[in-house]
Design a protein around this ligand. Structure first.
Ligand SMILES: Nc1ncnc2c1ncn2[C@@H]1O[C@H](COP(=O)(O)OP(=O)(O)OP(=O)(O)O)[C@@H](O)[C@H]1O
Ligand SMILES: [Mg+2]
Length: 360
């Protein structure tokens, strides 16, 4: 798929701007603090319904304004979708798809598929487990609405269970919550395990390509064991009962998919603890490209959003990355374009103080 245009009004530092994109490589070029990341943020918002930078929608509205608007046109092989998001300073946001307001956020999932690369994402291998879980969740929510609803249900149940633990609940009441937690939790684990398996089918070749054939990378999913939902469910239930005293003491649930992690193995070496910074960054990049390739295999190619990542790579890897993503619509922010990359004849959008200028 590709995005043909995006319109923003009173969004971050943009007053009103329409930007057309081509279906190949687009460079968004400008000095610091001009609005490059803001533009990617607007696209990302249309994709997953929230910003990757803030949970508070109000921050997205231009200072001094009371509302903001984003309108995006996404083109798939057989359909075109118009996504419109209105943000309000004093009311929840409203989203419509092709003019029809949606009532549940899940309806937006899969309409605009994006894979977002940022300097933070480039550190996913060395950051906290929660960042790696977030990676799985964002990818899976875009691929499956069922997963989105499962995760919402799980998080809500988990919050309620933790609240009960703090209030010194009796075992009988906990049984009910545990059953609900296991019901969605086991399915989340099963889905994530399948996702990691599928990623393993592509990440090896992506990583070999990016690292110049030097390394072979393999992911390992660290979670409650079990091949079927029933097996995971039984193991999870057992763990919840075993942990009850500890859970009550801390007012916190110690086992379940909210504790999962992914390890990045090169041979027997775990890159999370032993990788060099360059290795960790390349493995992070491989993970995101593998995600894109997996989404593409399931149907439409996602749009790739690359915020400031070229600077993090040496020229060799930069070139390899661009070659690998050449068949996707890619939107890349940078402060200047390398001479070596200019040969690709990209679409260039210059951004200055929230105003865009297309350079032909
Ligand atoms: N709600 C808002 N209203 C008005 N301006 C805002 C708002 N939120 C952020 N800004 C401004 O937007 C500007 C541009 O931000 P953005 O992150 O897009 O910069 P950038 O071009 O990506 O810069 P860099 O190269 O440093 O990453 C910032 O200077 C910030 O002050
Ligand atoms: Mg930026």
């Amino acid at each position: 798929m590709y995005i043909s245009s995006i319109e923003v009004a009173d969004f971050r530092n943009y007053v009103r701007q329409t930007i057309t994109l081509n279906d190949g490589i687009n460079f968004v070029v400008g000095n610091n603090a001009q609005g490059k990341t803001n533009l990617l943020e607007a696209i990302y918002l249309c994709s997953v319904g929230k910003s990757d930078r803030t949970p508070r929608d109000k921050e997205l509205i231009r200072f001094g304004s009371s509302k903001a608007l984003i309108r995006l046109i996404a083109n798939k092989e057989y359909e075109t979708s118009k996504v419109e998001i209105s943000l309000f300073a004093d009311a929840p946001k409203r989203i419509s798809i092709n003019g029809m307001p949606i009532s549940r956020m899940g309806e937006l999932m899969g309409v605009v598929n994006t894979v977002f690369f940022s300097p933070d994402v480039m550190r996913i291998v060395k950051e906290a487990p929660s960042d790696r879980r977030r990676f799985m969740d964002i990818a899976l929510c875009q691929m499956s609405r069922t997963y989105f609803y499962l995760l919402t249900r799980y998080n809500r149940t988990l919050m309620q269970r933790n609240r009960l633990l703090k209030s010194g609940v009796v075992d009988d009441a906990l049984d009910v919550w545990d059953m609900q937690l296991v019901e969605s939790g086991a399915r989340i684990i099963k889905t994530r395990r399948g996702f990691i398996d599928s990623l393993n089918g592509v990440i090896g070749s992506v990583h070999q390509y990016l690292s110049g054939g030097r390394e072979s990378l393999h992911l390992s999913y660290e979670a409650i064991e079990g091949d079927s939902v029933e097996a995971v469910g039984a193991a999870m239930k057992k763990r919840l009962i075993e942990d009850r005293d500890k859970d009550r003491l801390r007012g916190y649930t110690h086992s379940g998919p909210h504790k999962d992690d992914i390890s990045f193995m090169v041979g027997d070496m775990d890159l999370r603890t032993f990788g060099s910074q360059g290795q960790q960054r390349t493995a992070s990049l491989s993970l995101k490209i593998a995600e894109a390739e997996l989404v593409a295999r399931r149907g439409e190619k996602p749009v790739l959003l690359l915020d400031d990542v070229l600077n993090e790579l040496d020229l060799e890897r930069r070139k390899r990355l661009i070659e690998r993503v050449a068949s996707y619509q890619t939107i890349i922010t940078c402060t200047h374009i390398d001479e070596q990359l200019n040969i690709l004849n990209p679409h260039k959008i210059m951004i200055k103080g929230g105003v865009a200028l297309v350079e032909e």
